[in-house]
Design a binder for this molecule. Sequence first.
Ligand code: PEP
Length: 242
Amino acid sequence: MTKFIICNWKMNLGNQDSIEFLNQIEMKSLNNDHQFIICPPYTSLGLVANNLKSKESDWHLGAQNCSDQDKGARTGDISAAMLKDLGCNYTILGHSERRQYHQESNESVKGKALKVITHGMIPIICVGETEEDYIQGKTIDVLTEQLSGSVPSNQCIVAYEPVWAIGTGKVPTIKEIETVHQSIDNVMQDLGFLNIPIVYGGSVKPDNINQILSKPTVSGVLIGGASIQPESMNAIIKEVCL
Ligand code: PEP
């Protein structure tokens, strides 16, 4: 089964930095078992798209958000059609940073996901519990609510990202990741959505990526911090592709 390696650059790497970064990356994967997806900021999407094309890379392009509207008076927003136009195949939606800093609701994530699907792309829908939820044993309840409210169909990827693991160096145990992924799959099945890829995100690094990817319930990883340093990105490529 192909595993997804999704790189979330967040609000990092402007045009010049993006190109310098890409020029230092060993992009030709040595096997076909992994689909790499780079998600730069909006401002670098066009440039990264052209760079990937010029290198005849099989890496895909993704965005980090989009509007739930098609066009019109939405200052500062970017539509799914515009992202498709730039060469995106994927769009991350409902990342915990957007839920936290932009008060994104499940309903709004669902609306965005529908636009992404309508324009022939795949939404990567993020869900995850806070540290408080985790400590109180509420993980599955929180995820069930997020999934029921934000996933519109089976044409998507779900990213399980415990909020307390993002950018902290803390990672759930492999057993916990497996158990939660199995629960997410059960919730999806109850909603009638079968065979949805579920990727894990939260402090994935070169030294833990293979152990996480080795589990059958894990369809890939979403990487933040380690995906914007050429050294760690090359180490990740080496780990998974060699
Ligand atoms: C993320 O941005 O979704 C993420 C998982 O970040 P990090 O890998 O830095 O924890």
